[in-house]
Design a protein around this ligand. Structure first.
Ligand code: HEC
Length: 196
């Protein structure tokens, strides 16, 4: 990290550090970070705090065919996983029951502020999807969801291509851990990374 960046980061953290003892003194509960939330009717409740979760990686304009349709704009996908499952994954190299992944698509921009080349992420969220491990609930152990704001979501049916592609090509427990560099290294060490 460049020294000027480090100062900025520190400057941002100081108010949080100062606030912590105050919160503790007030007995404030820690922000909710547990995953695997379902409504009584079985629908999935989108996690409001996924931006506080563990960031695994960003893909930029990833496509799974040789000649993908040109979209005329760049799209990033940001992948997050809930912290409790990340801790379990680091110990075992497997994603445990209760794991929730969130994939967030954001539009890329290239002209803005001082930037003239390359892409940065613009503010807009284009799409939000979840991949949830719950072996009691789902045949195959995992369910996929398309999320719309804080609306409870119905699971995507097993016949959707999500399941086929993830089961055939995901390197760890039907997830694309091969594209998440730090997680990939954990799985490689644990011997759970398939060669895909
Ligand atoms: C043709 C293959 C393919 C299909 C079909 C597909 N995905 Fe994925 N998915 C990927 C790849 C590759 C990644 C890794 C993205 C990255 O590296 O940023 C991924 C990552 C994800 C993640 C992040 C967690 C994980 O499992 O690695 C979610 C959530 C996700 N996809 C949801 C979906 C949903 C919902 C559908 C169906 C509507 C779907 N995917 C269909 C290939 C696919």
């Amino acid at each position: 990290m460049r020294p000027d960046r480090m100062l900025l980061t520190l400057a941002r953290r100081v108010p949080t550090l100062l606030a912590l003892p105050v919160l503790a003194a007030l007995g404030a509960a820690a922000p909710p970070t547990d995953a695997g939330r379902f409504a009584a009717d079985g629908r999935f409740l989108p996690p409001a705090d996924y931006r506080e979760w563990v960031f695994l990686s960003s893909g930029l304009d990833m496509a799974y065919t040789d000649n993908p349709a040109a979209t005329g704009h760049a799209v990033f996908d940001n992948v997050f996983v809930d912290p409790a499952s990340w801790a379990a994954f680091k110990a075992s190299g497997h994603w445990p029951d209760g794991t929730v992944f969130i994939l967030e698509n954001r539009l890329g921009a290239s002209q803005g502020s001082i930037n003239r080349q390359g892409h940065f992420q613009s503010g807009e969220v284009l799409g939000l999807e979840a991949h949830v491990r719950d072996t009691a609930r789902f045949k195959g152990g995992w369910g996929f969801y398309a999320l719309h704001g804080d609306q409870p979501a119905e699971v995507i049916p097993r016949t959707a291509t999500c399941y086929a592609c993830h089961e055939a090509h995901g390197a760890v427990d039907t997830t694309f851990t091969q594209f998440y560099p730090v997680a990939r290294a954990v799985a490689a060490r644990a011997g759970t990374l398939l060669d895909r």
